[in-house]
Design a protein. Structure first.
Lengths: 597, 182
């Protein structure tokens, strides 16, 4: 063939023959053994839909989750005239009688913010916390920025929906809303364009600012204003250039600071913008000293904005900067001990900021007065999200472990809570109006709500909880939708999980339906005096280890625990009476735990 | 590979994972060797891909695509490995088990020419050629395995083939010239 024109088919044959000869016959000894030794000693990462949303520096793989603090920071800490997520105080709960103390003044960065209301005391032991399983979100929670609306519901904006063959999330324009009253996720509308990692911030008029982001594979300069009340979004003027993966923080005057990020080509941005919601206009402001993307930011009590971590030109960074809204400039502060990507930032009652991230078990604390980070103790596991509780402590969760921890700022110590039902990573943790915490998962994984006071009892109460009388005297029982996960219903009925759809709850009774009414699960308290009768029932079934009992009869399952007696019934479609009995683990409140077969 | 096997591995069953990977390791190692043309680097790339696969497996959305996903990880690991050795002027010669056993002079000569021409190709072009000619994958399969648009795969193969042909012809001309001067 020398000196001749080689046709492609000749090349093809030559290549095939050459490769057949050149390919090695076997893997060298020790290669697989070494690889499997490494995998056996390393943990698998939990699926974190956010992972795929990000453009990563070449050659590096970053463990990235969505810290709730990013949401708090990116969304801004507060809506003028409304309390922020950090500031949200639980409303008096009908099922909890928590002592109250005034909230720290430092948690009121907004001059226009309402005075903080009563907050529960810090005497809720982590071990007393109870979880309630929820249905899964509609799929766009992963990677989304949660925004707490004035009515207490949570808006998830800019998340991913679906994944490609590599398990990476695909951009979405969907907006999802979580209603704490019904404990449901529902569609809240759509953005004008698909955006992954946009700049998101709540605006004073209740609308939500959304700008930039990655529509498919790049970045956009477009911006819009989403109105949760209508589900509609109005176009805003474009930003000066495309950007994504930066931070958005509401300033005390209502303007939004957009800091850093990356452009359509992945180049780091040090530039920052101010969005004025009164004029719908963007103006440049000071630049970051260290251009970065995937940082986190949070508004401080003095009006400054802390921007920490992220990825700079050298990779994950320890650096942090403060934005002074009065001068419009950034200044460097001391570096963190750990390089952190998308760190979770939580404002503490004294105005300092707790910093955690999946990068390390070591937590840090930023003191705005000194501009320095100091150690805040060591967690049992690294965590990806953090939320300041109403009592000033901080719940940290996610990061591939099922066990959240509670940080006590007075002692700089972490204490584990009860494990969640699932170890699937947490995309966001948001404080709900009743003081419980929504631990939201994306990717179709079920979310959970952590009830800080346990169901039906005040903190420090007897281990055997009793129904807590409400103002009307009627015993209060938890919403069945919060007791049973769709997975449990599926286990009991074989039906596909749907969305919990509470309907018609009355005093002392609540029920909810799964999958459009296909399965009805109800729970209601029975008269404690009925226990004697139940115990005498021939179908009485002791539940080992509880000292309590269960009675199965008429398609219903009666559980008794101390003063609690409840009925849990699962009804198939169209059936007037329950026909299935839950065989899954049933967790009721903080004391009743039964596995029934 | 069955989906239940993959799902077990996704849930952290290491034995299931090794049972999935071990049978495929030979072909994956061949893939890495052919792309990198260096046995040691190919071993490193294979190890990195396996470790990466284990860690990232829970995030695999479609267990039915495990094979394609694993191939992509190996190719990506080859790219990473090559970047690490980019400072070298030339990657090392293939180790003993990559060298040809055949002793026929003409065939050896032809092999050497292809070897040299192949080494001149960018890694991205080597990868598509190996997947096509050694793994016998179709263009759509290559596109899926590498996460590339179909058009990109086709054009990359076309460019790679053209470049290889040009390189071989240049080599042929050099050889003729050397023979003439001798």
């Amino acid at each position: 063939v020398s000196g001749q024109q080689r046709p492609d088919r000749d090349i093809d044959r030559l290549l095939s023959d050459w490769m057949a000869d050149a390919a090695p016959r076997r893997v060298p000894d020790g290669v697989l053994e070494d690889a499997f030794a490494r995998t056996a000693s390393s943990r698998q990462r939990r699926r974190t839909p956010i992972d795929g949303l990000l453009s990563r520096p070449k050659g590096s793989r970053l463990l990235i989750a969505v810290p709730v603090a990013l949401a708090i920071a990116a969304a801004g800490v507060y809506i003028a005239g409304h309390r922020s997520q950090d500031q949200l105080q639980p409303s008096p709960s009908p099922i909890a009688t928590l002592a109250t103390t005034p909230a720290p003044a430092s948690l009121s960065p907004s001059p226009s913010a309402e005075p903080t209301a009563a907050a529960p005391s810090a005497n809720v032991a982590p071990a007393q916390m109870g979880y309630s399983g929820l249905g899964s979100s509609l799929g766009s929670v992963g990677g989304a920025t949660p925004v707490t609306l004035p009515d207490g519901s949570i808006l998830f904006v800019g998340g991913g929906i679906g994944m490609d063959s590599s398990g990476f999330a695909i951009s979405a324009g969907s907006v999802e809303r979580f209603d704490p009253a019904t404990m449901q996720f529902a569609s809240a509308g759509r953005l004008r364009s698909q955006r992954m990692f946009p700049y998101v911030a709540p605006l004073p008029d209740g609308t939500v600012f959304v700008a930039g982001g990655d529509p498919t594979n790049g970045a956009t300069a477009s911006a819009e204003r989403f109105d949760p009340s209508t589900g509609q979004s109005a176009a805003l003027p474009d930003m000066p250039g495309p950007r994504r993966q930066g931070t958005a923080t509401v300033l005390p005057d209502g303007r939004v600071l957009l800091a850093g990020g990356s452009d359509a080509n992945g180049n780091l941005l040090g530039t920052s913008l101010l969005f004025d919601p009164a004029t719908n206009s963007f103006t440049p402001t000071g630049s970051l000293h260290d251009p970065r993307m995937l940082a986190s930011a949070v508004g401080l009590a003095n009006g400054d904005v802390l921007v920490a971590g992220g990825v700079d030109a050298k990779g994950p960074t320890t650096s942090a900067e403060l934005y002074d809204a009065t001068t419009g400039t950034f200044s460097s502060v001391s570096s963190m001990a750990v390089a952190r990507v998308l760190p979770a930032l939580a404002v503490l009652p004294d105005g300092s900021v707790l910093v955690v991230s999946p990068d390390s078990k070591e937590a840090e604390r930023f003191d705005p007065a000194t501009g320095r980070f100091t150690s805040a103790g060591t967690m049992a596991s690294p965590h990806s999200v953090a939320v300041t509780l109403a009592d000033g402590r901080v719940l940290v969760a996610g990061g591939g472990t099922a066990t959240p921890e509670v940080f006590d700022p007075s002692t700089s110590t972490f204490a584990p809570t009860r494990p969640m039902a699932s170890s699937g990573d947490v995309a966001a943790a948001v404080l709900l109006p009743d003081g419980s915490v929504l631990l939201a998962r994306g990717g179709g994984d079920p979310s959970e709500v952590l009830d800080l006071g346990g169901v039906g009892g005040a903190p420090g109460a007897s281990p055997s909880p009793s129904p807590t009388p409400s103002a009307s005297g009627a015993p209060q029982v938890p919403n069945a939708c919060r007791l049973l996960t769709s997975a449990q219903v599926r286990s009991a009925t074989g039906l596909s999980p749907g969305k919990a759809d509470p309907t018609g709850s009355g005093p002392g009774e609540s029920d909810c339906a799964w999958h459009g009414g296909a399965v009805k699960v109800s729970i209601r308290p029975l008269d404690p005096a009925a226990w004697t009768e139940l115990n005498a029932n021939p179908s009485y079934t002791p539940v080992t280890g509880l000292g309590d009992g269960a009675v199965a009869g008429g398609g219903s399952l009666f559980l008794h625990n101390g003063a609690w007696t409840v009925e849990i019934a699962v009804s198939p479609p169209g059936s007037p009476s329950p026909a299935s009995i839950l065989s899954a683990e049933v967790k009721l409140g903080r004391a009743l735990l039964a596995t029934l077969t | 590979v069955t989906i239940p096997d993959v799902e077990r591995a996704m849930r952290g069953d290491h034995d299931a994972f090794t049972a999935l990977v071990a049978p495929a390791s030979g072909r994956l190692y061949q893939l890495a060797c052919l792309i990198l043309r260096d046995s040691d680097r190919a071993s490193d790339a294979l190890q990195e891909a396996i470790v990466h696969a284990w860690r990232e497996l829970p995030r695999l959305r479609d267990p039915g695509r495990f094979d394609a996903w694993l191939r992509r990880l190996v190719v990506n690991a080859c790219y990473d490995e090559a970047r690490r050795v980019r400072r070298r002027a030339e990657v090392a010669l293939p180790a003993a088990d990559v060298r040809p056993i055949d002793s026929e002079a003409a065939r050896l000569d032809e092999r050497d020419r292809i070897e040299r021409a192949f080494r001149r190709l960018p890694l991205e072009q080597r990868a598509v050629l190996v997947l096509q000619h050694h793994m016998s994958m179709t263009h759509p399969e290559i596109a899926e395995a590498l996460g590339l648009p179909l058009g990109t795969v086709k054009s990359r193969i076309r460019y790679a083939t053209s470049a290889l042909r040009a390189s071989l012809e240049a080599d042929d001309r050099t050889g003729l010239a050397e023979e003439g001067s001798a």
